[in-house]
Design a binder for this molecule. Structure first.
Ligand code: IPM
Ligand code: MG
Length: 374
């Protein structure tokens, strides 16, 4: 498949395209990536094709073979040409980046983080929703109790990569890792979170997660900006939590959260807690969004090389990412059709959300979702 160049092939929405009077057309890039990425993206595309037939949306897929194999073969990570093609897409569906034969840090920073930074995907939107029928890891918590969204800043903080070594490799070595927080970057993230909270229209409560008792510069900027932007959203209630306390409350009383906004590093950590309390990496999805440009949707889990090629990984996280994509493309009906299909599979068909224990193969789970889409 992905042999000669990052740009491989284009396919239409399905065999029946010509029979449909399509209303809208979207250009979707897929980046299957490494490990189990190609297997789960195939099922994500299968689900999207089913929805495109059902809801008469025309989706044109273009696959990009970025990832560890391409890097090992050709030394190519993310070329400017591919970046510009991706920028022109309506949305991107990513599988996973991370290869056992490539030192950690190369592919992640120069493909995944490079995409986030260079496409200015400054919001990382991570819903934490426990679907009915999922064996919850939190005792006594049901679907109504775990239903919130984390808005993670996605282009700054320690992820910006500032820092360096002094006297590396000597007993006097100094390692500095800087957290870069710009007023513009913080403000646009916080404003997005307020807007999102208003649109979500659930409890209309936005929680700021930071660490004002220690990070007296960065968290101070976040807190000041949060209060200033809040003046524009008098209909939204706000509160503040230190990140360590928030980790505790996510486990103890997750029902108190509606929307949480936070910086990049804390967002990375708390969204893994979010993933596990909603049923694990088999179901957790996220969107990397530039509200004024393109957006990239992905399962939160990694490339899971030990499961690769075995047809046992859970594709639902990727299918949930596809569902978020439809929502982002302002196709609410299509998004809702897909979400209902996911919920049915979870409730009626899967023994567990864990790889290897689903009672179905990866491809069968995709078939079940497509079947419920109808
Ligand atoms: C995530 C991942 C990435 C991150 C890694 C793979 C660089 O953990 O999307 O949460 O830290 O953002
Ligand atoms: Mg993470």
């Amino acid at each position: 498949m992905c042999r000669d160049s990052p740009l491989v092939f284009r396919v239409g929405a399905g065999e029946n395209d010509q029979d449909l009077t399509m209303s809208k057309k979207y250009r979707i890039a897929t980046i299957p990536g490494d490990g189990t990425g190609p297997e789960v993206v195939a099922e994500g595309v299968k689900a999207l094709k089913a929805v495109s037939r059902k809801c008469q949306i025309d989706l044109e897929f273009t696959e990009y073979g970025l990832g560890g194999d391409l890097y090992l073969r050709e030394g190519v990570l993310l070329s400017d040409g591919v970046l510009e093609e991706l920028r022109a897409m309506d949305a991107i569906l990513l599988g996973a980046i991370g290869h056992p034969d490539v030192k950690p840090g190369i592919l992640e920073t120069q493909i995944l983080l490079a995409l986030r930074f260079k496409l200015d995907l400054y919001i990382n939107l991570r819903p934490v929703t426990l679907f009915p029928g999922v064996d919850a890891s939190l005792k006594d918590k049901g679907p109504g109790d775990i239903d919130f969204v984390i808005v993670r800043e996605n282009t700054e903080g320690v992820y910006a990569g500032g820092g360096g070594f002094l006297k590396k490799g000597t007993p006097d070595e100094v390692a500095i890792q800087e957290s870069i927080n710009t007023r513009k970057g913080v403000e646009r993230c916080i404003r997005y979170a307020f807007d999102f909270c208003r649109r979500r229209n659930r409890d209309k409560r936005l929680t700021l997660c930071a660490k004002t008792n220690v990070l007296v510069y960065e968290s101070d900027l976040w807190e000041r900006t949060f209060h200033e932007v809040h003046r524009e959203y008098p209909d939204i209630d706000t509160n503040y939590m230190h990140v360590d306390a928030l980790c505790m409350w996510m486990i103890k009383n997750p029902e108190q959260f509606d929307v949480v906004v936070t910086g990049n590093m804390f967002g990375d950590i708390i969204t893994d807690i979010g993933a596990i309390i909603q049923g694990g990496l088999g179901i957790a999805a996220g969107g990397n969004i530039n509200p004024e440009g393109v957006a990239m949707f992905e399962p939160i889990g990694g490339s899971a090389p030990k499961y690769a090629g075995k047809n046992i990984i859970n594709p639902l996280a990727t299918i949930c990412a596809a569902q978020m994509m439809l929502d982002h493309l302002e196709e609410p009906e299509a998004a809702s059709v897909l979400q209902e299909a996911i919920k049915k599979v979870v409730k009626n068909d899967l023994k567990s959300l864990e790889a290897g224990n689903m009672g179905h193969s990866t491809q069968e789970v995709g078939d079940l979702v497509a079947g419920y889409v109808g």
